[in-house]
Design a protein around this ligand. Structure first.
Ligand SMILES: Cc1cc2nc3c(=O)[nH]c(=O)nc-3n(C[C@H](O)[C@H](O)[C@H](O)COP(=O)(O)OP(=O)(O)OC[C@H]3O[C@@H](n4cnc5c(N)ncnc54)[C@H](O)[C@@H]3O)c2cc1C
Length: 219
């Protein structure tokens, strides 16, 4: 209700004074047509940004900071569903059943979140496996820098965000190969837990990534 319609004696006499001084009746404090239009425009934009009239995406397709689908952040199943035009208006959830059959991209296609992750973990654990048992201060400092840059540059931005948050609570331990290998194993387990996977036994990181299993099947 416009303020000029409020029935309140003191307010009414204030309006009379205003009219007497300015020669104009008090203006309602309602929004002007321009303000109303601007507000409606903002509301339309808000609706679009939360999915109202945004193009519908298949479940599981993660958007990049530019608002476009991020291939490195999305599983191939969801990406393929999007390419084939299967839609849903929710994101970050499980892929549709029709897309599950094609879970992996052909080997010569850009990596999805899983292939990128699997290959990156291979690199990261192999890095720890080849880390010196007694690293110099420079090697330790270089390693900290590398982990820090890695957390900024990993191409799946949502993965990188979570990695940086985890790292903020779990500072890299780089004083020996054993320490670094365990730290990396714990970092990987944090992602495993997030994705609902089993945790890896970090007591076995070296067998998995450096020496090979004790049963000799890697030799
Ligand atoms: C930094 C980072 C963050 C990621 N964040 C996400 C994310 O937010 N969302 C998402 O969907 N995917 C994420 N990924 C990818 C995800 O971790 C997996 O790589 C992906 O799901 C493929 O899983 P996979 O079954 O091939 O096995 P991977 O998890 O890739 O593991 C490869 C192999 O490593 C071994 N292994 C498993 N756990 C450990 C451990 N703790 N220590 C040592 N060895 C181990 C196992 O032998 C396994 O087969 C991330 C990857 C990285 C590198």
């Amino acid at each position: 209700m416009p303020v000029t319609q409020i029935e309140f004696p003191i307010l009414q006499s204030f309006f009379c004074v205003v009219e007497g001084v300015t020669g104009m009746p008090p203006q309602p404090l309602d929004a002007s047509p321009e303000q109303v239009e601007r507000q409606q425009q903002r509301e339309r934009q808000d609706e679009q940004s939360v999915g109202g009239s945004k193009p519908k995406m298949p479940k599981g397709v993660v958007l990049g900071p530019d608002g476009k689908p991020c291939r490195s952040c999305t599983s191939f199943a969801s990406w393929a569903a999007m390419s084939k035009g299967e839609t849903s208006n929710t994101t970050m959830s499980k892929p549709p059943a029709t897309a599950i059959a094609a879970a992996e991209p052909p080997s010569d296609c850009p990596p999805d979140v899983d292939r990128l992750g699997n290959h990156t973990w291979t690199f990261l654990h192999t890095l720890t496996a080849n880390y010196p048992t007694n690293p110099t201060p420079t090697q330790q400092s270089d390693t900290r820098s590398f982990i820090s840059l890695f957390g900024k540059m990993y191409p799946c931005w949502s993965c990188a965000d979570d990695f940086r948050s985890w790292k903020a609570e779990n500072a890299p331990r780089v004083s020996s190969r054993e320490e670094f290998g365990r730290w990396m194993c714990e970092a990987h387990n944090a992602v495993n837990v997030k994705l609902g996977k089993d945790e890896f036994d970090c007591g076995k990181w070296e067998e998995r990534w450096r020496t090979g299993w004790k049963d000799g099947r890697c030799d």
